[in-house]
Design a protein around this ligand. Structure first.
Ligand code: ATP
Ligand code: MG
Length: 553
């Protein structure tokens, strides 16, 4: 169940007072000019979640008014992402471009009512005339054109008689307004460009501010939920709707946008990361895009949980990355079966274990879910352990392996290190150990204390694997506030570490693409591409087991 918030409280009240005839219609209106990110997920979960809980509808609409920035790859990725989050699976998407003819008629209506005019200043002049936050703007010399002239020019704009920037259509509101959005905003501009859906039918395109509010009105949206930056645009949306015969007047409610530490959530900055090749693409597993998170191994459930937990308010705050990661850990802790994998293998020979012998050990698939059963894991004379689980000169309280010390090999036996083998340069290349035959299952036969338990994989049965260890993309918490515009020096150099020769237990090597595991002690992993004849499987580390960043701050 979704948590309540101030928007739901407003809707409750609206329903109680029959404000929109008791109807609830929301919408999610992306511009197809980039991939969706986790901030959009907040808006998706809010809008679709409200429609679901109130028995209403949520329109999935592309606000596709700017053909220069849009492409079909963006459109498809947006549909995939919304569907993956569990919404609008079998629905037709709507488009602001479906309403181009209707929007044009509204513009004509404004002209006829003396509420809009064709301006012929250049774009630079328009900017100059607009004034500043402290200074009023001034009227364009074309502001008083007659209705007939305006209608004639606007018709000819539509008919393609003028080059780009020759004219624009502007609302006639107030060049001295304290709200710059109300200083005769441009409503239509000439663009001799084909549109992905309407082709070359149009050579004038409505501006977002004109199309957006009216599209909501055309669709009979009751609650138009948007982020705080649109608060200053609300008077304009209301003005437009009040000055045409709009079929409906939606109620706009603003909430604060999601901002997340160690990443950026703006399409402009994400586009820059892609264009500067600082990531492999929009769906790079380090990107905060929904497709990036999916590739990384995030579950849709963890994103829902996150959106629910952060809540909806009007206050701006930046959410810690640990909050998102913890939602993921909680979900995966329950879902992911356990497995043994060694990421940085150090060979170990169990000297008193016979060559050629295999003991099949019983291993629990999930410590908290006995219903998931057990599996058999092969134990042999030659095994691998994690290089970091051995220290030649251990500090106090190091409970893993060191010369002469005893550890438990998970699910297998107690072993004691008897010898360290090094190469000519002093690098440790192998350990020699002896096992206690009485300790099968890792149980101490005489009650002697063995504190450390480490993971391992049989060398004879191991499956080779490639592993990509992902971590936070940026090495500072608020990269978007850096005004340098250059991200290269802010990228966390360890955000991607590629491991070629990890080893995993044999069964895991046969898992199918998309499987998720907890590799014991090292993290949650996602099988990004399954093994095939000559290629090892590739796993992505989705998240570590614990938050190792919180103490760095
Ligand atoms: P950006 O600023 O990243 O370019 P945008 O607002 O231009 O994003 P749209 O495609 O217009 O992107 O967004 C679709 C919807 O998602 C809008 O209603 C917008 O308010 C909402 N949205 C965008 N970013 C966030 C965010 N960080 N948190 C919550 N909602 C967001
Ligand atoms: Mg936008």
């Amino acid at each position: 169940m979704n948590a309540t918030n101030f928007i739901r409280q407003i809707i409750d009240k609206d329903i109680a007072t029959n404000k929109h005839d008791g109807r609830v219609v929301t919408r999610f209106p992306p511009e197809p000019n980039g991939y969706l990110h986790i901030g959009h997920a907040k808006s998706i979960c809010l809008n679709f979640g409200i429609a679901e809980d109130y028995g209403g509808t949520c329109n999935f609409r592309f606000d596709d008014t700017n053909p220069s920035k849009e492409n079909i790859d963006y459109v498809n990725s947006i549909i995939d992402d919304v569907n993956w989050l569990g919404y609008a699976r079998n629905e037709q998407t709507k488009h602001a471009s479906d309403y181009f003819e209707q929007l044009y008629k509204f513009a004509v209506e404004l002209i006829l009512n003396g509420k809009a005019y064709v301006d012929s200043l250049t774009p630079d002049e328009i900017r100059e005339y607009r004034g500043t936050l402290t200074e009023a703007g001034k009227n364009s010399p074309y502001r008083d054109r007659t209705v007939e002239d305006n209608l004639d020019l606007f018709t000819r704009m539509r008919n393609g008689e003028f080059p780009e920037n020759a004219h624009v259509l502007r609302a006639k509101i107030d060049m001295a307004s304290g709200n710059i959005n109300m200083r005769d905003p441009v409503l239509y501009r000439i663009k001799h460009e084909a549109h992905p859906l309407t082709g070359t039918n149009w050579c004038i395109y409505p501006l977002y501010d004109f199309a957006h509010g009216l599209s909501d009105a055309i669709e009979g949206v009751t609650h138009s939920l948007c982020t705080m930056e649109f608060e200053d645009h609300r008077p304009l949306y209301d003005w437009i709707i009040d000055n045409v015969t709009a079929p409906y007047k939606p109620e706009q409610i603003e909430f604060s946008r999601l901002s997340l530490e160690y990443t950026v959530l703006s399409k402009r900055l994400l586009t820059k990361l892609v264009e500067d090749n600082l990531v492999s693409g929009w769906d790079d597993p380090r990107m905060p895009t929904i497709s990036g998170l999916r590739n990384r191994g995030f579950t849709a459930a963890s994103i829902h949980d996150f959106c629910n937990r952060i809540g909806i308010t009007k206050n701006f705050n930046t959410v810690e990355m640990g909050v998102l990661e913890n939602c993921l850990r909680e979900d995966l802790d329950h879902k992911a079966p356990r497995a043994l994998a060694v990421i940085d293998p150090l060979p170990v020979v169990i000297e008193n274990f016979e060559e050629g012998r295999t003991d099949w050990m019983d291993a629990m698939n999930h410590p908290k879910r006995p219903e998931l059963g057990t599996r058999k894991v092969p134990f042999t004379r030659n095994i691998f352990i994690e290089r970091s689980d051995f220290l030649e000169n251990p500090p106090k309280k190091f409970f893993r392996l060191s010369p002469g010390s005893e550890v438990r090999l998970r699910f297998a036996y107690l072993v004691t290190c008897t010898e360290v083998v090094k190469d000519g340069e002093g690098n440790i290349v192998e350990l020699r150990c002896r096992y206690d035959p009485e300790s099968r299952g890792g149980v101490s036969p005489d009650g002697r204390k063995v504190k450390g338990t480490i993971h391992w994989v049989s060398k004879d049965h191991a499956c080779n694997a490639r592993i990509k260890l992902y971590d936070r993309l940026f090495n500072i918490a608020n990269p978007a506030t850096r005004k340098t515009g250059d991200f290269a020096d802010l990228i966390n150099p360890d955000s991607l570490v590629e491991i070629e020769n990890a080893v995993i237990e044999p069964e895991i090597g046969k898992a199918t693409q998309g499987s998720r595991f907890q590799f014991e002690r090292t993290g949650y992993f996602f099988l990004a591409s399954a093994a095939d004849e000559d290629k090892p499987p590739v796993f992505h580390r989705t998240v570590t087991l614990r938050d190792s960043w919180s103490k760095q701050k």
